[in-house]
Ligand binder design. Sequence first.
Ligand SMILES: NC(=O)c1ccc[n+]([C@@H]2O[C@H](COP(=O)([O-])OP(=O)(O)OC[C@H]3O[C@@H](n4cnc5c(N)ncnc54)[C@H](O)[C@@H]3O)[C@@H](O)[C@H]2O)c1
Length: 368
Amino acid sequence: MTNSTEGRAPFRISLCASARHGSGKSTTSDAISEKLCIVSAISAKLARQNTGHDVGDGQKAMVDRFAERKGHENGSRSHPPNCVPLFTKAGRSWNKDTMEIVILVKPFWKTEVDMGRLNNKTAIITGGAGGIGSETAKLFLKEGAKVALVDLDQDALNDVAETLEEHGKVVVIAADVANEADVERYVQEAKEKLGGIDIFFNNAGIEGTVAPLTEQKVEDFDQVMAVNVRGMFLGLKHVMKAMGESGGSIINTSSVAGLSAGPGLTPYVASKHAVVGLTRNGSAEGAGQNIRVNSVHPAPVNTRMMRSIEKGSRPEDAAAAKAEYEKRVPLGRYGEPNDVAQLVLFLASDEASFITGAQYVVDGGMTT
Ligand SMILES: NC(=O)c1ccc[n+]([C@@H]2O[C@H](COP(=O)([O-])OP(=O)(O)OC[C@H]3O[C@@H](n4cnc5c(N)ncnc54)[C@H](O)[C@@H]3O)[C@@H](O)[C@H]2O)c1
């Protein structure tokens, strides 16, 4: 792309640009200087057209593009739905001898931050390194929330956080949800680091041992209760205190096993029924502070937990166990973590502002 003007050295702009669609980090458009927008506007236009322009055209393009962007902000021009062009400047260099400016930019379309369903909200997710927790974290981040992930193992948390950081701010806290001191610590730390707690996905859980009721060991029963019931109770206790009068939304993870029998999983079934009681009482006592408390009840979901239950149910043929479980779901398949995450997102958002004390199935029709 060159522009030769009589008596002056050729002026050349080289662009190295990559484009992608989807959400980027939750940078607000206001944080982007107009200057960068202008540079990016030329770059984007040129990159998109993937053809040469002289500087005069480039300047015109820049002005057009900037006006278009401003127009969009004022709601007067059309763009892809709910999108605003943002650009990350990756680097720039100037070569005096050749009069060459090299601009490295990475233009991308970003869902407008104002459109995020959890924009400016903060969330704690327990079991955040697990299948459902990490998927929900990703969705929350994409919708504009800042997220604290709580789980047992620091390394596992770090690994998950690494995959999520491109979507927004993630804090990780290693803690045992069954231990009250740990719970107080994760609530305090999350509140300080995120600047408050608006959403609590009370989700950590274990499946226990698969065995007939008559063969279940007391220590296994106690362990399931410690995590799935005590852990959930402690989370409610300390998060509700921390939310105080500001209100918030709490989503407790139960299961279809919290609504009906699940042969072979007595401790788990008992613990997930207890979650309904905790949810009901939490919602009754939290309503005065505008704290909503609901529970979600997934059918089998494709995560580590189902692999463990399949193996426990038929050690010699886990694949056959999976096929049997799938047959019990009218829609004929397991849920995916994102199926649960979408429901949790709805309950976490202001769209659910009149919903509390409710049990929501996400079960492919399994409990109908
Ligand atoms: N996967 C399913 O089929 C299914 C169905 C219905 C409900 N659920 C529920 O969904 C929730 C998430 O399960 P998942 O499927 O993502 O399983 P998962 O095993 O992938 O995730 C559970 C996470 O909880 C963490 N955890 C366990 N004990 C903990 C403790 N004491 N303190 C802190 N963290 C702890 C684990 O380390 C793990 O990362 C659980 O409550 C589970 O009972 C799962």
